[in-house]
Design a protein around this ligand. Structure first.
Ligand code: GLU
Length: 484
């Protein structure tokens, strides 16, 4: 196949819980290959492991794709010519292909009980051998097999691996990869519950769905020989394999939800912009050909090429994501930003003051949701910590300072940040107060916090009445006699 023929890719998530950022990451590359060549990107739900199935997980995957703008061509509610796109609805198809392998001698029935297999593995472990099926049922005669089948003995179907030789492929990311087949186990293809294993279903489906390129995580490299041997057994042309590096936590371990948030939808909840998240994940293990850090998803889809994917596992650096998200927020036109903030605003947010409040906190927004935390002291009652207020001084000095501040700003009619700044700087200089203590003290008194937008602007926006009320309340707080 030449690179210009239409490429068909697929993502094959298992609905075992959340919609994982790794799924979106891989899908972006899948989609790029399909778009660049006039091919299709397919979503196939791999739900054959019933023990790990989670109700609602599939819906979350589609919802996450929709939020991110990852548009697929087949699967989900779109369907398509090679459906069904959910493995649990394809059981009769797998049965048909299992029968083919049994008939051609590439697979066999195995009647071993789970007790026997456990004992076998235990013995192997004790003998220092690699745990693997000892092929006991591989040599059963046809008559023996039929007898057990007729008696209704539960069974699985196993892949009959060749005794020797090598399997190899040219990986689009890793180059030549080769395995000795003697190390490949006679793995299960069809389980006793009639469901196929991942290994079997993935091969049958990728073939029937005409997938030309399989992008998946490097944890599947060691399974690829099994898959290639199945392609051989069926006489099918295998797809191009591209094994992507494993995304890692900051400590280099495999990306996990214990150490990172890996749920796409929780990034939406937390107020990340989909375009920022896409940009960030595009840069995991891949770089823009001209070294750019900021680019749109559309551009990524045009310029992505597999040869720029690195083999080493990229780090999921949430600090970088935060930084990028803030940059994206500040690049939005104000009207659009206001619109996109709407779902994140608390019900008591004063919409009529948005134009006034937003410029004050814009620089400090990391996520859209931050708007609440950063602005709430403007419209909700505050709590001031007396100890914090006098931390860099004494309650007596601070009480006096607050009195002076009240006296200095009370007469102001022109309540602008310029006037406030003039008056308060003059007061500080006049008494030679330490700047950091004096202005921080005012900040804490009127906002309850140490980190806020610039002080004078904050006072101006708070307004004269509220500022004076809060200054007075802070003063009272310090002068209220403490019970000993
Ligand atoms: N269902 C597998 C997974 O969730 C897909 C692996 C593959 O892409 O072949 O990881």
């Amino acid at each position: 196949m030449t690179e210009t023929s239409p490429i068909r890719t697929r993502i094959a998530p298992s609905p075992t819980g959340i919609a994982h950022v790794g799924t979106a990451w891989m899908s972006m590359f899948d989609l790029a290959l399909a778009r660049q060549t006039g091919g299709q990107f397919v979503v196939r739900i791999e739900d054959t492991d019933r023990t790990r199935f989670v109700e609602g997980a599939e819906e979350k995957i589609y919802e996450a794709f929709k939020w991110l703008g990852i548009d697929y061509d087949e699967g989900g509610e779109k369907g398509g010519p090679y459906g069904p796109y959910k493995q649990s609805e394809r059981l009769n198809i797998y049965r048909e292909y299992i029968d083919q392998l049994l008939a051609s001698g590439h697979a066999y029935h195995c009647f071993c009980t789970s007790e026997r297999l456990t004992q076998m593995r235990e013995d192997q472990r004790k003998a220092g051998e690699l745990p693997r099926y000892d092929r006991l049922c591989r040599n059963l005669s046809e008559a023996e097999v039929n007898e057990k089948l007729n008696a209704g003995t539960p069974y699985v179907v196993r892949q009959k691996m060749p005794d020797e030789g090598t399997v190899s492929w040219e990986d689009a990311i890793r180059g030549h990869v080769e395995f000795d087949v003697r190390n490949v186990d006679d793995g299960v293809l069809l389980k006793s519950d009639g469901f196929p294993t991942y290994h079997f279903a993935v091969v049958v489906d990728d073939h029937l769905m005409k997938i030309s390129h399989v992008l998946r995580g490097e944890e599947w490299i060691s399974s690829t020989p099994k898959h290639l041997l199945l392609y051989q057994a069926f006489g099918w042309q295998p797809p191009v394999f591209a094994h992507m590096p494993l995304i890692r936590n900051a400590d280099k371990s495999k990306l996990s939800k214990r150490k990172n948030d890996v749920s796409i939808l929780s990034y939406r909840e937390k107020g990340y912009l989909p375009e920022a998240l896409l940009n960030f994940i595009a840069l995991l293990g891949w770089s823009h050909p001209s070294g750019e850090e900021f680019f749109s998803f559309e551009e990524f889809l045009k310029v992505m090429a597999l040869d720029r994917i690195q083999k080493t596992g990229p780090i999921f650096d949430t600090k970088k994501l935060d930084w990028m998200n803030g940059m994206y927020i500040r690049k939005l036109p104000v009207e659009e930003l206001i619109q996109r903030l709407q779902p994140y605003l608390p019900s008591d947010f004063p919409q009529d003051r948005m134009q006034q409040l937003l410029p004050l906190v814009l620089e400090r927004l990391v996520t859209l949701k931050d708007i609440e935390e950063l602005t709430s002291f403007f419209y909700r009652p505050i709590e001031v910590d007396a100890q914090l207020l006098s931390r860099k001084s004494t309650p007596e000095v601070v009480t006096q300072q607050l009195g002076e501040v009240i006296n200095a700003v009370s007469p102001l009619e022109d309540w602008t940040h310029q006037r406030l700044e003039g008056v308060l700087r003059q007061l500080q200089e006049q008494h030679d107060y330490k700047k950091s203590q004096f202005f921080m003290m005012i900040r804490i008194a009127v906002t309850g916090r140490e980190f806020t937008p610039p002080l004078f602007e904050t006072l101006a926006v708070l307004g004269k009445q509220l500022t004076l009320e809060r200054l007075a309340a802070a003063k009272d707080l310090l002068s209220t006699p403490k019970t000993v």
